[in-house]
Design a protein around this ligand. Structure first.
Ligand SMILES: Nc1ncnc2c1ncn2[C@@H]1O[C@H](COP(=O)(O)OP(=O)(O)OP(=O)(O)O)[C@@H](O)[C@H]1O
Ligand SMILES: [Mg+2]
Length: 226
């Protein structure tokens, strides 16, 4: 299975329907992402990047075509089946960190493990503590998100995305809310985690510097790959 792509899109299209209004957004997208790859997706505002990432994350269904995760056709799965692929195989980072304010840093980082049970959470805690220390947050494990800077909060979100040891992390403009310096720290962190742990990353970004440092660049224009 080592050479099975982590994710594969075959002729994927997406049209949003609101009442009588159809908005076609993505057209005939076909590509695959191999194990351990770091892929950047770039394109203008409204070109369909978030729509694409939502489809890849099984948060939404395509109107046409197929998406295979680890060789499994996600379109044939019911909602609980899709939820279990998300829980077991995928990690997510968004532009906003979505840390829960009433929980500490370590509790937030472990949040995805909760859904897999207390036992799994306890098993993962040492690894998550070590990761938080590695990203410079060793002193902040018991702090609340509000006591952290924006860059520190997003570093917690990056660590959290690895809690379930995912095959693929999907990141939608993870540096979009950060200043240049914090953005660089967060990007370098993702890049080094992908190199060291072999985790596959697909990252949407507006920053050409980051995009050029990816293994591969996918450019989207008006819902098509350029
Ligand atoms: N739920 C929806 N219903 C109808 N149209 C939508 C919906 N969500 C997104 N769109 C439209 O789809 C197009 C692509 O949106 P999307 O959010 O994927 O763009 P994007 O490339 O992520 O843009 P940005 O860089 O601004 O985040 C836009 O024209 C948007 O208005
Ligand atoms: Mg977007």
């Amino acid at each position: 299975m080592a050479d099975t792509p982590v994710i594969e899109l075959r002729g994927v299209g997406k049209t949003y329907y609101n009442g009588d209004i159809a908005t076609p957004v993505l057209f005939d997208m076909s590509f695959e992402v191999g194990r351990g790859e770091f892929v950047a997706i770039v394109g203008g505002s409204g070109s369909g990047k978030t729509t694409l990432l939502n489809l890849m994350g099984l948060l939404d269904r395509p109107s046409m075509g197929e998406i295979l995760v680890d060789g499994r056709n996600a379109g044939t799965l019911d909602e609980p089946g899709r939820a279990s692929v998300r829980r077991d195989r995928l990690g997510f980072i968004f532009q906003f960190h979505y840390l829960l304010p009433e929980f500490t840093v370590i509790e937030n980082a472990l949040m995805p493990c909760r859904m897999k049970g207390r036992r799994f959470q306890e098993e993962q805690e040492p690894r998550m503590r070590a990761l938080l220390e590695k990203v410079g947050l060793g002193e902040k494990l018991d702090s609340r998100p509000a006591q952290l800077s924006g860059g520190q909060q997003q570093r917690v979100a990056v660590v959290r995305s690895l809690a379930n040891d995912p095959a693929l992390v999907l990141a939608d403009e993870p540096t979009g809310n950060l200043d240049t310096r914090s953005g660089r720290v967060v990007f370098d962190l993702m890049r080094s985690l992908s190199r060291e742990s072999g985790t596959t990353f697909v990252m949407v970004t507006h920053d050409d510097n980051f995009a050029l440092e990816a293994d591969r660049l996918i450019r989207i224009r008006d819902g098509r790959i350029e």
